[in-house]
Design a protein around this ligand. Structure first.
Ligand code: HEM
Length: 407
Protein backbone atom coordinates (compact mmCIF):
# COMPACT_ATOMS: atom_id res chain seq x y z
CA UNK A 1 0.00 0.00 0.00
CA UNK A 2 1.38 3.44 -0.94
CA UNK A 3 2.00 5.91 1.91
CA UNK A 4 0.20 9.24 2.07
CA UNK A 5 3.29 11.01 0.71
CA UNK A 6 3.76 8.48 -2.14
CA UNK A 7 0.11 8.80 -3.10
CA UNK A 8 0.23 12.56 -3.04
CA UNK A 9 3.39 12.60 -5.16
CA UNK A 10 1.59 10.48 -7.77
CA UNK A 11 -1.41 12.80 -7.79
CA UNK A 12 0.77 15.90 -8.08
CA UNK A 13 2.09 14.49 -11.36
CA UNK A 14 -1.43 14.87 -12.71
CA UNK A 15 -1.58 18.53 -11.66
CA UNK A 16 1.83 19.22 -13.23
CA UNK A 17 1.18 21.25 -16.43
CA UNK A 18 4.17 19.61 -18.12
CA UNK A 19 2.16 16.35 -18.16
CA UNK A 20 -0.89 17.96 -19.74
CA UNK A 21 -0.02 17.09 -23.36
CA UNK A 22 0.32 13.41 -22.43
CA UNK A 23 -1.01 12.55 -18.97
CA UNK A 24 -1.43 8.85 -19.80
CA UNK A 25 1.93 7.62 -18.44
CA UNK A 26 1.07 9.31 -15.12
CA UNK A 27 -2.36 7.65 -15.15
CA UNK A 28 -0.68 4.27 -15.81
CA UNK A 29 1.62 4.75 -12.82
CA UNK A 30 -1.32 5.60 -10.57
CA UNK A 31 -3.38 2.63 -11.79
CA UNK A 32 -0.40 0.32 -11.19
CA UNK A 33 -0.53 1.28 -7.49
CA UNK A 34 -4.19 0.34 -7.17
CA UNK A 35 -6.62 2.58 -5.27
CA UNK A 36 -4.88 5.44 -3.42
CA UNK A 37 -6.14 6.23 0.06
CA UNK A 38 -5.16 9.47 1.78
CA UNK A 39 -7.03 9.31 5.10
CA UNK A 40 -5.63 12.63 6.34
CA UNK A 41 -7.17 14.29 3.33
CA UNK A 42 -10.35 12.14 3.47
CA UNK A 43 -9.56 11.21 -0.13
CA UNK A 44 -9.73 7.92 -2.10
CA UNK A 45 -8.62 7.82 -5.72
CA UNK A 46 -9.81 5.04 -8.04
CA UNK A 47 -8.26 4.43 -11.42
CA UNK A 48 -9.24 0.93 -12.62
CA UNK A 49 -12.25 0.54 -14.88
CA UNK A 50 -13.92 -1.87 -12.46
CA UNK A 51 -13.56 0.43 -9.44
CA UNK A 52 -14.73 3.55 -11.31
CA UNK A 53 -17.72 1.65 -12.66
CA UNK A 54 -18.52 0.29 -9.16
CA UNK A 55 -18.42 3.77 -7.62
CA UNK A 56 -20.68 5.22 -10.31
CA UNK A 57 -23.26 2.48 -9.78
CA UNK A 58 -23.02 2.38 -5.98
CA UNK A 59 -26.13 3.54 -4.08
CA UNK A 60 -23.93 5.25 -1.44
CA UNK A 61 -22.18 7.45 -4.02
CA UNK A 62 -23.41 11.02 -3.58
CA UNK A 63 -22.73 14.04 -5.77
CA UNK A 64 -23.55 16.82 -3.31
CA UNK A 65 -20.21 18.08 -1.99
CA UNK A 66 -21.89 19.37 1.13
CA UNK A 67 -21.99 15.76 2.38
CA UNK A 68 -18.20 15.57 2.54
CA UNK A 69 -16.36 15.52 5.84
CA UNK A 70 -14.34 18.53 4.68
CA UNK A 71 -17.48 20.61 3.95
CA UNK A 72 -19.17 19.48 7.17
CA UNK A 73 -16.13 20.58 9.18
CA UNK A 74 -16.21 24.04 7.60
CA UNK A 75 -19.93 24.37 8.25
CA UNK A 76 -19.40 23.32 11.88
CA UNK A 77 -16.80 26.10 12.12
CA UNK A 78 -19.39 28.64 10.97
CA UNK A 79 -18.98 28.69 7.17
CA UNK A 80 -22.12 29.32 5.11
CA UNK A 81 -23.34 26.05 3.54
CA UNK A 82 -23.88 27.31 -0.02
CA UNK A 83 -22.45 30.82 -0.32
CA UNK A 84 -22.97 30.83 -4.12
CA UNK A 85 -26.60 29.65 -4.00
CA UNK A 86 -27.70 26.13 -4.97
CA UNK A 87 -25.28 24.29 -7.30
CA UNK A 88 -26.27 22.91 -10.70
CA UNK A 89 -27.97 19.51 -10.48
CA UNK A 90 -24.72 17.80 -11.50
CA UNK A 91 -23.76 18.44 -7.85
CA UNK A 92 -27.10 17.48 -6.27
CA UNK A 93 -28.68 14.21 -5.11
CA UNK A 94 -32.31 13.06 -5.08
CA UNK A 95 -34.89 14.42 -4.65
CA UNK A 96 -33.60 17.79 -5.97
CA UNK A 97 -31.45 16.15 -8.64
CA UNK A 98 -34.37 14.09 -9.93
CA UNK A 99 -36.76 17.07 -10.00
CA UNK A 100 -34.38 19.47 -11.75
CA UNK A 101 -32.99 16.95 -14.25
CA UNK A 102 -36.54 16.00 -15.26
CA UNK A 103 -37.43 19.62 -15.99
CA UNK A 104 -34.73 19.97 -18.65
CA UNK A 105 -34.36 16.41 -19.89
CA UNK A 106 -37.03 16.78 -22.60
CA UNK A 107 -35.01 19.50 -24.31
CA UNK A 108 -32.04 17.10 -24.64
CA UNK A 109 -33.94 13.93 -25.57
CA UNK A 110 -32.48 12.13 -28.63
CA UNK A 111 -35.52 12.87 -30.82
CA UNK A 112 -35.54 16.59 -30.00
CA UNK A 113 -31.79 16.78 -30.57
CA UNK A 114 -32.03 14.94 -33.89
CA UNK A 115 -34.32 17.71 -35.14
CA UNK A 116 -31.40 20.15 -34.71
CA UNK A 117 -29.33 18.28 -37.32
CA UNK A 118 -30.15 20.57 -40.29
CA UNK A 119 -29.21 23.66 -38.25
CA UNK A 120 -25.99 22.04 -37.01
CA UNK A 121 -25.08 20.96 -40.55
CA UNK A 122 -25.66 24.49 -41.86
CA UNK A 123 -23.50 25.92 -39.07
CA UNK A 124 -20.67 23.47 -39.78
CA UNK A 125 -20.86 24.19 -43.52
CA UNK A 126 -20.57 27.93 -42.96
CA UNK A 127 -17.56 27.44 -40.65
CA UNK A 128 -15.89 25.16 -43.24
CA UNK A 129 -16.59 27.69 -46.04
CA UNK A 130 -14.61 30.26 -44.11
CA UNK A 131 -11.77 27.76 -43.54
CA UNK A 132 -11.65 26.86 -47.25
CA UNK A 133 -10.76 30.45 -48.06
CA UNK A 134 -7.80 30.46 -45.63
CA UNK A 135 -5.84 27.29 -46.52
CA UNK A 136 -4.97 26.72 -42.87
CA UNK A 137 -6.94 26.97 -39.68
CA UNK A 138 -7.03 26.59 -35.94
CA UNK A 139 -9.29 23.64 -35.15
CA UNK A 140 -10.33 25.20 -31.82
CA UNK A 141 -11.01 28.82 -32.80
CA UNK A 142 -12.41 28.10 -36.26
CA UNK A 143 -14.51 24.97 -35.75
CA UNK A 144 -14.54 23.03 -32.46
CA UNK A 145 -15.38 25.99 -30.18
CA UNK A 146 -17.80 28.13 -32.23
CA UNK A 147 -20.07 25.18 -33.10
CA UNK A 148 -21.16 23.95 -29.63
CA UNK A 149 -21.21 27.52 -28.31
CA UNK A 150 -23.62 28.68 -31.02
CA UNK A 151 -25.84 25.64 -30.43
CA UNK A 152 -26.05 25.92 -26.63
CA UNK A 153 -26.65 29.69 -26.80
CA UNK A 154 -29.50 29.15 -29.23
CA UNK A 155 -31.04 26.36 -27.10
CA UNK A 156 -30.82 28.34 -23.88
CA UNK A 157 -31.83 31.68 -25.37
CA UNK A 158 -28.52 33.38 -24.55
CA UNK A 159 -27.67 36.06 -27.17
CA UNK A 160 -24.60 34.93 -29.11
CA UNK A 161 -23.48 38.61 -29.28
CA UNK A 162 -22.81 38.37 -25.53
CA UNK A 163 -20.40 35.47 -26.10
CA UNK A 164 -17.15 37.49 -25.71
CA UNK A 165 -18.46 38.73 -22.34
CA UNK A 166 -19.06 35.32 -20.81
CA UNK A 167 -16.54 33.02 -22.52
CA UNK A 168 -13.81 34.06 -20.03
CA UNK A 169 -16.14 33.35 -17.10
CA UNK A 170 -16.98 29.93 -18.48
CA UNK A 171 -13.28 29.12 -18.98
CA UNK A 172 -12.45 30.10 -15.39
CA UNK A 173 -15.36 28.07 -14.02
CA UNK A 174 -14.08 25.04 -15.94
CA UNK A 175 -10.71 25.46 -14.21
CA UNK A 176 -12.50 25.56 -10.87
CA UNK A 177 -13.41 21.87 -11.44
CA UNK A 178 -9.77 20.80 -11.07
CA UNK A 179 -9.16 18.79 -7.85
CA UNK A 180 -6.38 21.11 -6.66
CA UNK A 181 -7.69 21.45 -3.11
CA UNK A 182 -8.46 17.70 -2.86
CA UNK A 183 -4.96 16.73 -4.03
CA UNK A 184 -2.92 19.40 -2.21
CA UNK A 185 -5.08 20.63 0.68
CA UNK A 186 -4.30 24.16 -0.47
CA UNK A 187 -6.11 26.92 -2.36
CA UNK A 188 -5.04 27.19 -6.00
CA UNK A 189 -3.69 30.38 -7.54
CA UNK A 190 -6.52 32.27 -9.19
CA UNK A 191 -9.15 31.04 -6.72
CA UNK A 192 -10.50 34.56 -6.10
CA UNK A 193 -10.69 35.22 -9.84
CA UNK A 194 -12.75 32.05 -10.34
CA UNK A 195 -15.17 33.05 -7.55
CA UNK A 196 -15.48 36.43 -9.25
CA UNK A 197 -16.25 34.74 -12.58
CA UNK A 198 -18.93 32.63 -10.87
CA UNK A 199 -20.58 35.70 -9.35
CA UNK A 200 -20.37 37.59 -12.65
CA UNK A 201 -22.04 34.76 -14.60
CA UNK A 202 -24.82 34.45 -12.01
CA UNK A 203 -25.58 38.16 -12.31
CA UNK A 204 -25.46 38.00 -16.09
CA UNK A 205 -27.96 35.10 -16.10
CA UNK A 206 -30.18 36.81 -13.54
CA UNK A 207 -30.41 39.92 -15.77
CA UNK A 208 -31.16 37.75 -18.76
CA UNK A 209 -33.92 35.93 -16.86
CA UNK A 210 -35.52 39.30 -16.04
CA UNK A 211 -35.45 40.22 -19.75
CA UNK A 212 -36.94 36.85 -20.74
CA UNK A 213 -39.72 37.23 -18.17
CA UNK A 214 -41.14 40.20 -20.04
CA UNK A 215 -40.12 39.00 -23.51
CA UNK A 216 -40.18 35.17 -23.59
CA UNK A 217 -38.90 33.15 -26.54
CA UNK A 218 -39.12 29.46 -27.51
CA UNK A 219 -35.89 28.72 -25.64
CA UNK A 220 -35.12 26.59 -22.57
CA UNK A 221 -34.65 29.56 -20.24
CA UNK A 222 -38.12 30.92 -21.10
CA UNK A 223 -39.54 27.41 -20.58
CA UNK A 224 -37.98 27.20 -17.10
CA UNK A 225 -39.32 30.66 -16.21
CA UNK A 226 -42.79 29.48 -17.20
CA UNK A 227 -42.45 26.46 -14.89
CA UNK A 228 -41.25 28.72 -12.06
CA UNK A 229 -44.18 31.09 -12.49
CA UNK A 230 -46.75 28.32 -12.70
CA UNK A 231 -46.17 26.76 -9.27
CA UNK A 232 -43.66 25.66 -6.68
CA UNK A 233 -41.54 23.27 -8.75
CA UNK A 234 -38.57 25.56 -9.29
CA UNK A 235 -37.00 28.72 -7.80
CA UNK A 236 -35.23 31.52 -9.68
CA UNK A 237 -31.96 30.52 -7.98
CA UNK A 238 -32.40 27.03 -9.44
CA UNK A 239 -33.04 28.42 -12.93
CA UNK A 240 -29.79 30.37 -12.66
CA UNK A 241 -27.85 27.30 -11.47
CA UNK A 242 -29.34 25.10 -14.21
CA UNK A 243 -28.64 27.58 -17.02
CA UNK A 244 -25.16 28.13 -15.62
CA UNK A 245 -24.49 24.36 -15.69
CA UNK A 246 -25.79 23.96 -19.24
CA UNK A 247 -23.93 27.01 -20.53
CA UNK A 248 -20.59 25.90 -19.08
CA UNK A 249 -21.15 22.27 -20.17
CA UNK A 250 -21.98 23.51 -23.66
CA UNK A 251 -18.78 25.60 -23.76
CA UNK A 252 -16.13 23.38 -22.24
CA UNK A 253 -16.74 19.78 -23.30
CA UNK A 254 -17.85 19.17 -26.91
CA UNK A 255 -15.05 21.46 -28.14
CA UNK A 256 -12.58 18.95 -26.67
CA UNK A 257 -14.34 15.92 -28.13
CA UNK A 258 -14.18 17.41 -31.64
CA UNK A 259 -10.57 18.59 -31.26
CA UNK A 260 -9.33 15.37 -29.59
CA UNK A 261 -10.87 13.31 -32.41
CA UNK A 262 -9.27 15.54 -35.05
CA UNK A 263 -5.88 15.30 -33.34
CA UNK A 264 -6.11 11.50 -32.99
CA UNK A 265 -7.01 11.12 -36.66
CA UNK A 266 -4.25 13.47 -37.81
CA UNK A 267 -1.80 11.32 -35.86
CA UNK A 268 -3.31 8.26 -37.58
CA UNK A 269 -3.77 9.67 -41.10
CA UNK A 270 -5.39 6.48 -42.36
CA UNK A 271 -8.28 7.21 -39.98
CA UNK A 272 -8.70 10.71 -41.43
CA UNK A 273 -8.88 9.36 -44.97
CA UNK A 274 -11.18 6.48 -43.99
CA UNK A 275 -13.70 8.78 -42.33
CA UNK A 276 -13.54 11.26 -45.20
CA UNK A 277 -14.41 8.43 -47.57
CA UNK A 278 -17.10 6.82 -45.41
CA UNK A 279 -19.20 8.97 -43.06
CA UNK A 280 -20.71 5.79 -41.55
CA UNK A 281 -17.49 5.42 -39.55
CA UNK A 282 -18.14 8.58 -37.59
CA UNK A 283 -19.91 7.08 -34.61
CA UNK A 284 -17.04 4.61 -34.06
CA UNK A 285 -14.53 7.48 -34.24
CA UNK A 286 -16.54 9.54 -31.73
CA UNK A 287 -16.91 6.65 -29.26
CA UNK A 288 -13.24 5.65 -29.51
CA UNK A 289 -12.20 9.28 -28.91
CA UNK A 290 -14.40 9.37 -25.80
CA UNK A 291 -12.48 6.32 -24.58
CA UNK A 292 -8.96 7.04 -25.83
CA UNK A 293 -8.75 10.74 -24.97
CA UNK A 294 -11.83 11.64 -22.93
CA UNK A 295 -12.82 15.33 -22.60
CA UNK A 296 -13.83 14.76 -18.95
CA UNK A 297 -10.79 13.11 -17.41
CA UNK A 298 -11.99 12.66 -13.85
CA UNK A 299 -14.98 13.11 -11.61
CA UNK A 300 -15.82 12.93 -7.95
CA UNK A 301 -18.31 11.40 -5.55
CA UNK A 302 -18.83 11.61 -1.81
CA UNK A 303 -19.35 8.42 0.14
CA UNK A 304 -22.71 8.87 1.89
CA UNK A 305 -22.00 5.82 4.09
CA UNK A 306 -19.13 3.55 5.09
CA UNK A 307 -18.71 1.64 1.83
CA UNK A 308 -16.61 -1.05 0.16
CA UNK A 309 -15.39 -0.61 -3.41
CA UNK A 310 -13.58 -3.74 -4.63
CA UNK A 311 -11.15 -4.44 -1.76
CA UNK A 312 -11.15 -0.85 -0.53
CA UNK A 313 -13.07 0.37 2.51
CA UNK A 314 -14.22 3.96 2.17
CA UNK A 315 -15.21 5.96 5.23
CA UNK A 316 -18.49 7.91 5.24
CA UNK A 317 -17.92 11.52 4.16
CA UNK A 318 -14.75 10.75 2.19
CA UNK A 319 -14.24 12.05 -1.32
CA UNK A 320 -13.90 9.41 -4.04
CA UNK A 321 -12.05 10.64 -7.09
CA UNK A 322 -12.53 8.61 -10.26
CA UNK A 323 -9.79 8.90 -12.88
CA UNK A 324 -11.86 8.05 -15.95
CA UNK A 325 -8.98 8.64 -18.33
CA UNK A 326 -6.95 6.06 -16.38
CA UNK A 327 -9.88 3.62 -16.37
CA UNK A 328 -10.13 3.97 -20.16
CA UNK A 329 -6.51 2.83 -20.53
CA UNK A 330 -6.93 -0.10 -18.14
CA UNK A 331 -5.63 -3.25 -19.88
CA UNK A 332 -8.03 -5.33 -17.76
CA UNK A 333 -10.94 -3.62 -19.54
CA UNK A 334 -9.60 -2.90 -23.05
CA UNK A 335 -7.21 -4.69 -25.40
CA UNK A 336 -4.31 -2.48 -26.52
CA UNK A 337 -5.73 0.45 -24.50
CA UNK A 338 -3.06 2.91 -25.67
CA UNK A 339 -4.01 2.46 -29.32
CA UNK A 340 -6.54 4.67 -31.10
CA UNK A 341 -8.65 2.06 -32.86
CA UNK A 342 -12.21 3.00 -33.81
CA UNK A 343 -12.66 -0.53 -35.18
CA UNK A 344 -12.18 -2.25 -31.81
CA UNK A 345 -15.89 -3.11 -31.65
CA UNK A 346 -18.13 -2.36 -28.70
CA UNK A 347 -16.55 0.40 -26.60
CA UNK A 348 -18.01 0.57 -23.10
CA UNK A 349 -16.43 3.84 -22.04
CA UNK A 350 -17.33 6.06 -19.10
CA UNK A 351 -16.76 9.28 -21.06
CA UNK A 352 -20.29 10.49 -20.39
CA UNK A 353 -20.38 9.00 -16.90
CA UNK A 354 -22.75 6.24 -15.82
CA UNK A 355 -25.81 5.94 -13.58
CA UNK A 356 -28.21 8.69 -12.51
CA UNK A 357 -25.90 11.54 -13.56
CA UNK A 358 -25.21 10.16 -17.04
CA UNK A 359 -24.49 13.15 -19.28
CA UNK A 360 -27.70 14.84 -20.30
CA UNK A 361 -25.96 16.47 -23.25
CA UNK A 362 -24.62 13.19 -24.69
CA UNK A 363 -27.01 13.02 -27.69
CA UNK A 364 -26.24 16.65 -28.53
CA UNK A 365 -22.48 16.26 -28.12
CA UNK A 366 -22.51 13.09 -30.24
CA UNK A 367 -24.51 14.76 -33.00
CA UNK A 368 -22.37 17.92 -33.10
CA UNK A 369 -19.18 15.87 -33.18
CA UNK A 370 -20.53 13.51 -35.85
CA UNK A 371 -21.59 16.34 -38.16
CA UNK A 372 -18.35 18.30 -37.68
CA UNK A 373 -15.98 15.32 -38.04
CA UNK A 374 -17.60 13.75 -41.08
CA UNK A 375 -17.80 17.12 -42.84
CA UNK A 376 -14.25 18.30 -42.11
CA UNK A 377 -12.62 15.00 -43.17
CA UNK A 378 -14.68 14.78 -46.38
CA UNK A 379 -14.06 18.37 -47.36
CA UNK A 380 -10.34 18.61 -46.54
CA UNK A 381 -8.82 15.18 -47.23
CA UNK A 382 -5.22 16.51 -47.19
CA UNK A 383 -5.32 18.09 -43.73
CA UNK A 384 -2.15 17.79 -41.64
CA UNK A 385 -0.74 19.20 -38.42
CA UNK A 386 0.91 22.59 -38.77
CA UNK A 387 2.61 22.83 -35.35
CA UNK A 388 2.70 21.12 -31.94
CA UNK A 389 -0.75 21.28 -30.34
CA UNK A 390 -1.02 23.45 -27.22
CA UNK A 391 -3.08 22.54 -24.14
CA UNK A 392 -5.06 24.62 -21.67
CA UNK A 393 -4.03 24.24 -18.01
CA UNK A 394 -7.23 22.33 -17.11
CA UNK A 395 -6.92 18.80 -15.73
CA UNK A 396 -10.58 17.75 -15.28
CA UNK A 397 -11.89 19.30 -18.49
CA UNK A 398 -8.60 18.81 -20.30
CA UNK A 399 -8.41 20.19 -23.81
CA UNK A 400 -6.38 21.93 -26.47
CA UNK A 401 -6.02 25.70 -26.58
CA UNK A 402 -4.80 25.70 -30.19
CA UNK A 403 -4.53 23.03 -32.88
CA UNK A 404 -3.10 24.59 -36.02
CA UNK A 405 -3.56 22.58 -39.24
CA UNK A 406 -3.06 23.02 -42.98
CA UNK A 407 -5.70 21.97 -45.44
C1 HEM B 1 -18.28 15.61 -25.35
C2 HEM B 1 -18.98 16.36 -24.60
C3 HEM B 1 -19.39 16.00 -23.21
C4 HEM B 1 -18.81 15.16 -22.32
C5 HEM B 1 -17.58 14.29 -22.50
C6 HEM B 1 -19.62 15.18 -21.12
C7 HEM B 1 -19.38 14.43 -20.00
C8 HEM B 1 -20.19 14.37 -18.91
C9 HEM B 1 -19.99 13.52 -17.77
C10 HEM B 1 -18.80 12.57 -17.58
C11 HEM B 1 -21.01 13.71 -16.91
C12 HEM B 1 -21.23 12.98 -15.58
C13 HEM B 1 -20.66 13.74 -14.43
C14 HEM B 1 -20.88 13.02 -13.14
O1 HEM B 1 -21.50 11.96 -13.09
O2 HEM B 1 -20.42 13.54 -12.09
C15 HEM B 1 -21.86 14.71 -17.49
C16 HEM B 1 -22.98 15.20 -16.91
C17 HEM B 1 -23.72 16.21 -17.46
N1 HEM B 1 -23.57 16.80 -18.70
FE1 HEM B 1 -22.18 16.35 -20.06
N2 HEM B 1 -20.64 16.06 -21.32
C18 HEM B 1 -20.55 16.57 -22.58
C19 HEM B 1 -21.38 17.48 -23.19
C20 HEM B 1 -22.45 18.04 -22.59
C21 HEM B 1 -23.31 19.02 -23.19
C22 HEM B 1 -23.17 19.57 -24.61
C23 HEM B 1 -24.26 19.33 -22.26
C24 HEM B 1 -25.40 20.28 -22.37
C25 HEM B 1 -25.41 21.41 -22.88
C26 HEM B 1 -24.00 18.54 -21.09
C27 HEM B 1 -24.73 18.58 -19.94
C28 HEM B 1 -24.53 17.76 -18.85
C29 HEM B 1 -25.34 17.82 -17.66
C30 HEM B 1 -26.51 18.75 -17.42
C31 HEM B 1 -24.84 16.86 -16.78
C32 HEM B 1 -25.34 16.53 -15.38
C33 HEM B 1 -26.29 15.38 -15.44
C34 HEM B 1 -26.81 15.03 -14.07
O3 HEM B 1 -26.19 15.39 -13.05
O4 HEM B 1 -27.86 14.39 -14.00
N3 HEM B 1 -22.90 17.77 -21.32
N4 HEM B 1 -21.35 15.08 -18.71
Amino acid sequence: MATNADSQALLLQLLDPSNRADPYPAYDRIRAHGPLQLPEMTLNVFSSYQDCDDVLRHPSSASDRIKSTAAQREIAEGAEARPMGPPGFLFLDPPDHTRLRKLVSKAFAPKVVKALEPDITALVDSLLDRIAEQGRFDVIADLAYPLPVAVICRLLGVPIEDEPKFSWASALLAQALDPFISFTGEMPDGFAERMQAGLWLREYLQDLIERRRSDPGDDLMSGLIEVEESGDQLTEEEIIATCNLLLVAGHETTVNLIANAILAMLRHPWQWAALGADAQRVSAVVEETLRYDPPVQLMGRISADDTTIGDTTVVKGDTMMLLLAAAHHDPAAFDRPGEFDPDRGSIRHLGFGRGPHFCLGAPLARLEAAVALSAVTARFPQTRLDSEPQYKPNLTLRGLSTLAVQV
